[in-house]
Design a protein around this ligand. Structure first.
Ligand SMILES: [Zn+2]
Length: 118
């Protein structure tokens, strides 16, 4: 999948997740936070290919693995249980990690799929 699609998916996830959170909490969206969610999602949505550039068809390794995707899901679960983080910190971590996860899920739909670990 090309970089533009990964960035678009990450941006939509970051921005959409932010708006959904604000809607559920019955809070007004903040323009700066919305823009940060959009751009942060776009950049982090591309991160796996920055860590493991697509120089050959077998470039997907640890940072593109199913294990990393599972760790991201577990990390999100733990973040929301952490009483030392503010709601905004939890939201930011979840949106950014979800953008990373969106890259892996999108890549998993391709013929090559994702490796389990390497
Ligand atoms: Zn990739």
């Amino acid at each position: 999948m090309d970089s533009g699609k990964h960035m678009a998916i990450g941006a939509l996830l970051g921005f959409g997740g932010y708006l959904l959170y604000k809607f559920i909490k019955e809070e007004s969206p903040n323009l700066i936070e919305a823009l940060l969610s959009l751009t942060g999602g776009a950049i982090v949505g591309l991160l796996p290919d920055l860590l493991e550039p697509a120089r050959n068809p077998n470039h997907r390794s640890l940072f593109h693995s199913s294990v990393i995707l599972a760790l991201i899901a577990y990390g999100n679960y733990r973040v929301w249980q952490n009483g030392n983080l503010s709601e905004n910190q939890k939201l930011a971590l979840s949106l950014l990690s979800s953008a990373y996860g969106s890259h892996l899920i999108a890549d998993s739909t391709t013929t090559k799929g994702l490796p389990l670990l390497f």
